[in-house]
Design a protein around this ligand. Sequence first.
Ligand SMILES: NC(=O)c1ccc[n+]([C@@H]2O[C@H](COP(=O)([O-])OP(=O)(O)OC[C@H]3O[C@@H](n4cnc5c(N)ncnc54)[C@H](O)[C@@H]3O)[C@@H](O)[C@H]2O)c1
Length: 304
Amino acid sequence: MTGLCDGRVVIVTGAGRGLGRAHALAFAAEGAKVVVNDLGVGLDGTGGGAGPAQHVVDEIRAAGGEAVAHGGDIATADGAASLIAAAVDTFGRLDTLVNNAGFLRDRMLVNLDEDDWDAVMRVHLKGHFLPLKHAAAHWRAEAKAGRQPVARVVNTSSGAGLLGSVGQGNYSAAKAGIVGLTLVASAEMGRYGVQVNAIAPAARTRMTEQTFADTMAAPAEGGGFDAMAPENVSPLVVWLGSAASAGVTGRVFEAEAGRITVMEGWRPGPTADKGARWTPAEAGETALKLLSSAEPPHPVYGTR
Ligand SMILES: NC(=O)c1ccc[n+]([C@@H]2O[C@H](COP(=O)([O-])OP(=O)(O)OC[C@H]3O[C@@H](n4cnc5c(N)ncnc54)[C@H](O)[C@@H]3O)[C@@H](O)[C@H]2O)c1
């Protein structure tokens, strides 16, 4: 049987649980060799253990696939460098990086401690940047050695980063930052054969089961399509991470249940140019006139 990712080596960060686990299993089912990274931390990023990553490796091997565990922290230079090395040393190459690891520290802004800001920015934004940087260095070296990669990066943003989410100022800022990082990485790395896209997923995991318990519940036994299963997000991630997605880069997709949506981002709307400096009163009058013909923004999550 041939798979979409036969011969490819794929890293998935935070793959011990939830969406990352589903992605790792789905890549392996399409023939990829997988590096399963997970620090095994709690829901708020504290604690840690090798159990979750090794468990997913065991699941992949039991199904006849190839996988190796990596237990490093992707938001540290050592963790990110050793992650890329784990792929190259174990399987001889790296083709796809799926940045997925992260955790939450939700608070209203007035109650948001600096530590909770730093921890969430660190794990999501730095935890995307560092593996991306080390993978990029590997792929650039490959390209310069005459072995042009067919490389793919799939980053994980969130509806919170695209539209905002009440009680998640730190998380929304980090996930919006990941979109900016995706656009720059796509533009910078295309010449080395690297495509970079992002997803905004929604699924039932430990991260969401308390917040969205009502809308995310699994159907009763034999109850049909389990819409919020994390496994429903993985097929798009596998395709984006495969050679088959040639030509698709710098894009953001929402993926939830059976639905895939291309998210269309910032672009110039109504505009006016005086050709000279406005007075504040003129600027205000002009801004209001432009707003009257502009698309209203989507509501921020949690405001309706
Ligand atoms: N579940 C959703 O509906 C949803 C929605 C939008 C975005 N996301 C994003 O999807 C990704 C996966 O979330 P999930 O819902 O599967 O959560 P999850 O908590 O089930 O899994 C996240 C995994 O990341 C690991 N991790 C955390 N910090 C790490 C670090 N420093 N190094 C290595 N591993 C680390 C954790 O141990 C955990 O196993 C996250 O980036 C999340 O923000 C999820």
